[in-house]
Design a protein around this ligand. Structure first.
Ligand SMILES: Nc1ncnc2c1ncn2[C@@H]1O[C@H](COP(=O)(O)OP(=O)(O)OP(=O)(O)O)[C@@H](O)[C@H]1O
Ligand SMILES: [Mg+2]
Length: 360
């Protein structure tokens, strides 16, 4: 648990952080967001005492951070900053090993830890251990940075724009990977970003800052549905409904899908006539394709199952409502089946289901 109690940082006349009070619960991801210069980095650096607060208190697990030695604090707190954080004259292995070495771990334990961490962030250890930072791409360097922050298994992780310097696709992959790691390790994370989509995607709670002050501290859902004031409203933007549905899993909107089962002689099962297309499943409940129910049953072609583009006309159960929506819009359909990884038909989501949640 991290608690900030009326924390202020002054640089001469500049109030970098102004009476900030907030708490981050164990195992939660708190994302700090706000315009450039609003005090995000300063806040992060006060938590591990790279910067000392002018007034106010910071408690780490109930203990005043000022009472622990800064070195000790940095062992319980991993810190990942934008790629510049890697030591250029050290290999990837040496970079990740910095804190474990300070802690006096023996050589074989460190090597094992480095290998495990590289695997965790999705880098092949034999290939990457002996490389130097200059030989890495931006995304690889950031992953090494995250591995280094995790090296001594600190319960708290501070990340300052950790995925800032990469293209949108790599960024999305890194975010996905981060969520996977977080699910396993359950660190208490404070992460800074400029990117609202990233905040909505990664955060349990988002702290919106403006000129050193906290303007709203809420779940992504609450932030998007009820912005606290006009600043937050303009900050989250006109497409906040779209952002909000990216937090909603299709499985929560999904309803049972009317389907036909393919049997030797044709199909069995009933589909309401109002539904133009019927999904067709096999005996095991796996989706085979669909048929157009408006075709005449007597017509031979009725029994031809359309299987084209099945990948683009379904969504996996892990998808968000936003992904389902963009797929429906892209394919020009009003409903889409949800399948599991072995293609079992789980249900379907309609355009109307999504309209209903955005209208709330
Ligand atoms: N060492 C310093 N000396 C003087 N002023 C500073 C110092 N560090 C930060 N500031 C000022 O404090 C304010 C907050 O800076 P901070 O780096 O925390 O912003 P930020 O929200 O991280 O911005 P960005 O999004 O651009 O990284 C800014 O006005 C900045 O100029
Ligand atoms: Mg900053």
């Amino acid at each position: 648990m991290i608690q900030l109690e009326s924390v202020t940082k002054r640089y001469g006349d500049t109030l970098a952080v102004n009476a900030l009070t907030m708490a981050v619960a164990d195992g939660e991801v708190c994302v700090l967001i706000g315009p450039s210069g609003c005090g995000k980095t300063t806040t992060l650096r006060m938590i591990n005492r790279l910067v000392e607060a002018t007034t106010g208190r910071i408690l780490i697990n109930g203990e005043d951070a000022r009472r622990s030695r800064p070195e000790l604090l940095r062992r319980t707190i991993g810190y990942a900053i934008q790629s510049v954080g890697l030591f250029p004259h050290m290999t990837v292995e040496q970079n990740i090993a910095v804190v474990p070495s300070i802690l006096g771990w023996d050589h074989s334990r460190i090597t094992r830890r480095v290998q495990d961490l590289l695997q965790l962030v999705g880098l092949d250890a034999p290939t990457y251990m002996s490389k130097y930072p200059a030989q890495l791409s931006g995304g690889e360097a950031q992953r090494v940075g995250v591995a280094r922050a995790l090296a001594a298994d600190p319960p708290i992780l501070l990340m300052d724009e950790p995925f800032g310097a990469v293209d949108p696709l790599t960024r999305e992959r890194l975010q996905q990977q981060f969520l996977g790691i977080q699910e396993k390790l359950k660190k208490t994370v404070v992460l800074v970003t400029h990117d609202l989509d990233e905040a909505v995607r990664l955060a349990d709670r988002v702290a919106v800052m403006k000129e050193g002050q906290l303007v709203q501290y809420d779940t992504p859902e609450a932030l998007l549905s009820t912005p606290a004031d006009s600043f937050v409203r303009s900050f989250v933007g006109a497409d906040r409904a779209l952002k909000r549905i990216s937090r909603i899993a299709v499985t929560t909107l999904m309803k049972p899908a009317g389907s036909l089962r393919r049997v030797e002689t044709g199909f069995s099962g009933e589909v309401p006539h109002s539904q133009r297309y019927a999904w067709v499943i096999d005996d095991a409940g796996r989706l085979l394709g669909w048929v157009d129910t408006h075709r005449e049953h007597e017509d031979e072609s009725f029994y031809q199952i359309d299987t084209a583009d099945i990948e683009h006309l379904t969504v996996p159960e892990s998808a968000s409502a936003r992904e389902a929506l963009s797929r429906m819009l892209g394919q020009g359909v009003r409903s889409i089946p949800v399948i599991d990884s072995s293609q079992h038909l789980l249900g379907e989501v309609t355009l109307r289901d999504i309209e209903e949640v955005t209208a709330e």
